[in-house]
Design a protein around this ligand. Structure first.
Ligand SMILES: Cc1cc2nc3c(=O)[nH]c(=O)nc-3n(C[C@H](O)[C@H](O)[C@H](O)COP(=O)(O)OP(=O)(O)OC[C@H]3O[C@@H](n4cnc5c(N)ncnc54)[C@H](O)[C@@H]3O)c2cc1C
Length: 548
């Protein structure tokens, strides 16, 4: 049986960075187990390939959520990356860290060392920012290239002018001291190619002799001796494959992501005794918080028909597409180098809201109703709007003891009153933005939610019918003190009550942040690598008291 110092389950955003950092110590051996294949497919690397990988089952877990009380009976699709780089290999490339208060709140939950001042050096250490940004907030020497959208489209310009006309200022850097405002999106794209956690961290680490990466290795459970995790069992090639065990001399690190990490814990006998009993899984360690607390951003997408200008919908067909393909091949620019959203806007749902609680994105394109990932034929533009810090919480439960059955995912979107109010406010702001004077030359009419929708109840009804995930699930193995009944890991990310086992991925977030999750998941892994190696944290720079 093979033995390594560390066995990492999952080569996603977190797993890739952990591999890179832990293997910097030449005498430390690291084994990474990834259920999916290698990330060779060209659609992973071509930014516009997003639209293809969105449903590509060979590299995507392609989960379905359970219908929720406020999703109009719909089961919402939940893609997740299943390849080297994990979800960072199929995501929308947006780089967005969140607000100062997000991390200060994590610290207030009792997690030492996770306030904004503590985590900022890790965001900086990972990043190679190309473009605007103060050195206090931005890194210039890391592996993760972050660029700003360089495709200047008249509709995007008009949208931003419209935002300014409503009092929303242009912000040169929403990852700097202040998030609120409107600007072109910052993306993990370099020279027209995706920068995933795998391309930035895992592949460079793989060149080291102390790193062993195994693809098509579907982990079925963690192996324990008493309360100590000592190894991992996987099936080579997936269901029906040969069972293989690898041993961990020091630690097993679970980085399977928000849906799979709690499922793997539950399959290994760690979780709520009632749940495990109902599934016929022998209890190894009672930890009722496993899988509980799931949060995500819920976004209705408002769509207007466009006149007198081309949108991406028409440009990606026929000769237009051929032209774009040649352009990308020769210059690495144009439509195929774009991420799915182009403009970001952060604003308040009401006068009394202290920091922005709404996130809105603009795209000069629109998707077919109910078929995310397929562009419409007629010209359209879309504003997606969502509440930054929802309060509703759901859960992830293993469906059965079979590790190949998808878990039960119930996000409970909009079950809290505040969430419903804020989502309605976001849709109203989206309408005002689409109807702004600078967009008027191109605005034809509102397609969704449509002119008949006027009252709050009608907006809420529309949100219920058409809202979807923004692909930001987190919080199912939450970090918190041992006496918190919901906590799964401590502030060193060690599983409470067990030895030799940490969870390190988006699932450990105690509360949803005001951002897409990739940047902070990578930050979590980078900080965790220092905790594991016993290294002193990089010194925090003084930041403005005004930073939000
Ligand atoms: C379609 C989509 C669009 C997104 N857009 C953005 C965006 O634009 N910006 C942004 O910031 N965030 C975005 N996100 C979210 C972001 O990418 C994720 O939050 C982040 O990648 C999560 O990292 P992670 O390490 O927690 O999990 P993942 O990156 O998902 O990694 C988990 C890994 O574990 C592997 N694994 C799971 N179970 C097993 C098992 N049993 N055995 C072996 N391996 C296993 C998986 O295959 C995967 O490789 C998007 C996500 C998706 C899916």
């Amino acid at each position: 049986m093979d033995t390594f110092d560390y066995v990492i389950i999952g080569s996603g955003s977190a797993g890739s960075i952990l591999t890179y950092r832990l293997s910097e110590d030449a005498d430390t051996t690291v084994c990474v187990l990834e259920a999916g294949p290698s990330d060779w497919h060209p659609y992973i690397h071509l930014p516009a390939g997003f639209i293809k990988t969105f449903h590509m089952r060979s590299i995507n877990w392609a989960y379905q959520q359970e219908p929720g009380p406020w999703t109009g009976g719909r089961s919402i699709y939940a893609p997740r990356g299943k390849t080297l780089g994990g979800s960072s290999s199929i995501n929308g490339h947006i780089y967005n860290r969140g607000q100062r208060q997000d991390f200060d709140t994590w610290a207030q939950y009792g997690n030492r060392g996770w306030g904004y001042q503590d985590v900022l050096p890790y965001f900086k250490r990972l990043e190679r920012r190309v473009g605007e940004g103060e050195d206090t907030y931005r890194g210039r020497e890391g592996n993760l290239t972050v660029t700003t959208m360089d495709w200047k489209d008249p509709l995007c310009e008009a949208f931003m002018a419209g935002a300014v006309s409503l009092g929303i200022p242009r912000n040169p850097d929403y990852n700097g001291s202040i998030q609120e405002g409107v600007s072109y999106a910052q993306r993990t794209i370099r020279n027209g190619l995706r920068v995933s956690a795998a391309t930035a961290f895992l592949h460079p680490a793989r060149k080291r002799p102390n790193v062993n990466v195994r693809t098509h290795a579907h982990v079925t459970n963690i192996i324990f001796e008493g309360k100590r995790a000592v190894g991992v069992r996987y099936l080579k090639g997936g269901r029906g494959g040969a069972p293989v065990e690898v041993r961990a001399r020091k630690e097993v690190i679970l980085s399977g992501g928000t849906y799979n990490s709690p499922q793997i814990l539950q399959l290994s006998g760690v979780g709520s005794p009632d749940l495990l009993r109902s599934l016929g899984i022998e209890l190894r360690h009672a930890l009722p918080g496993v899988g509980e607390g799931l949060q995500d951003h819920y976004a209705p997408r408002s769509v207007a028909r466009v006149k007198d200008i081309k949108t991406i919908n028409e440009r990606r067909r026929g000769l237009g597409l051929a032209f774009e393909a040649i352009k990308w091949a020769t210059t690495r620019r144009g439509l195929l180098s774009l991420s799915p959203t182009m403009v970001y806007c952060f604003w308040h749902s009401g006068e009394s809201t202290e920091s922005s609680d709404l996130q809105l994105t603009f795209t000069p394109a629109s998707y077919k109703e109910g078929v995310q990932g397929q562009l419409e034929d007629m010209p359209g533009m879309t504003v997606a709007s969502w509440q930054q810090r929802p309060e509703s919480r759901g859960y992830v439960h293993a469906r059965s003891a079979d590790p190949f059955e998808p878990p039960i995912i119930q996000t409970n979107y909009l079950t809290e009153e505040l969430d419903r109010r804020t989502v309605v406010a976001g849709m109203k702001l989206a309408r005002r933005l689409l109807k702004s004077v600078p967009l008027a030359p191109y605005y034809d009419y509102e397609d969704f939610p449509g002119p008949n929708v006027q009252t709050d109840d009608e907006f809420l009804g529309a949100a219920t019918q058409r809202g979807t995930t923004t692909f930001h699930p987190g919080c199912t193995c939450r970090m918190g003190p041992a006496d918190a009944p919901w906590a799964v890991v401590d502030d060193q990310l060690r599983v409470h009550g067990l030895q030799g086992l940490r969870v390190i991925d988006a699932s450990i977030m105690p509360r949803m942040i005001s951002a897409n999750l990739n940047a902070s998941t990578m930050m979590i892994a980078d900080k965790a690598s220092d905790l594991i190696r016993g290294r002193t944290a990089p010194e925090a720079e003084p930041i403005s008291a005004m930073a939000v």
